[in-house]
Design a protein around this ligand. Structure first.
Ligand SMILES: C[S@@+](CC[C@H](N)C(=O)[O-])C[C@H]1O[C@@H](n2cnc3c(N)ncnc32)[C@H](O)[C@@H]1O
Length: 267
């Protein structure tokens, strides 16, 4: 029987872009505008994936430097090849063991990653370690438990009606702390009592139902990993069920909500 993280496959850069990267880029823009970071900062990013947030920072916020890290060497290689900017460097590293000295960056951040790390509190403490006094600790995660990512929520609801094992694989069940209240509690527990937490919403629009379905067949990420693992007949039944709900012959327009957090490290 599959375990909850068996389908957390983070490797294929192009597949990830189709499934998540393009939406992550939209959230990244909104997040940075809310974060309102100073220019000329030294940044550290955790779990950069295909560089959605990295490239927005480089494009609009004139960093002095940015070190983008990810646990997946495939993603780090993909992103290194994609982002050619002398201010950016890339390293394979986990959130639990950041490859930098204490107090050496102005802003540490991560996009859609915190829920996937083994220990959320320890990760926040590790993020705090690398910040200079007055630096900013920040991140955002999808609002999975609130059904906030409608395209993923629709997938898991349909999957669960055909396969009861899918209930436990749904990120809403796996990451119950990804709510405003849950993140507030986590931040207090990690010694960040002044955390500022805010919702960020985007529209995820697919030109038609086939465009909605296609990324689920590519295998990158928990829902696509599960989808790809199904026998053909089961996958077709799942597709048909989703089409019944979402295919009205035109664009499939859904909402996606993330929770963003920022906190200033005391000196
Ligand atoms: C949903 S993706 C987000 C990628 C990118 N930040 C974005 O916004 O598109 C999650 C990323 O977290 C990375 N990841 C998962 N566990 C990690 C860990 N323990 N330490 C560092 N990165 C991790 C994965 O390799 C993947 O790139």
């Amino acid at each position: 029987m599959p375990t909850q993280s068996d389908f957390d496959s983070w490797s294929a850069g192009q597949s990830y872009e189709h499934y998540m990267g393009r939406w992550s880029r939209m959230v990244a823009k909104e997040f940075l505008s809310w974060l309102d970071p100073k220019k000329s900062a030294d940044w550290l990013e955790i779990g950069c994936g295909t560089g959605a947030l990295t490239s927005e920072i480089l494009q609009d916020y004139e960093p002095n430097s940015i070190l983008a890290t990810d646990a997946s060497a495939d993603f780090v290689n993909h992103t290194r090849e994609t982002i050619k900017d002398p201010k950016a460097s890339f390293k394979t590293a986990t959130a639990q063991d950041l490859p930098v000295e204490d107090e050496c960056v102005d802003i540490v951040t991560s996009a859609l990653v915190l829920n996937f790390v083994p220990d959320h509190r320890e990760t926040l403490i590790e993020m705090r370690r690398v910040l200079r006094p007055g630096g900013i600790l920040s991140f955002y995660v999808w609002d999975y438990p609130g059904g906030g990512v409608s395209f993923i929520d629709a997938f898991w609801k349909a999957a669960a009606s055909l396969d009861e094992k899918a209930v436990d694989l749904d990120e809403g069940a796996r990451f119950p702390f990804c709510t405003a209240k849950g993140l507030g509690q986590l931040c207090s527990y990690a010694g960040l009592p002044d955390a500022d937490i805010a919702p960020i919403e985007i529209i995820t629009e697919f030109p038609d139902f086939e465009a909605f379905w296609y990324p689920f067949t590519l295998g990158a990420g928990p829902a696509p990993g599960y989808c790809k693992s199904l026998p053909d007949e089961h996958r077709e039944a799942l597709k048909a069920l989703l089409a019944e709900k979402l295919d009205e012959g035109g664009p499939v327009r859904l909402t996606a909500r993330a929770w963003a957090m920022k906190s200033v490290a005391w000196g």
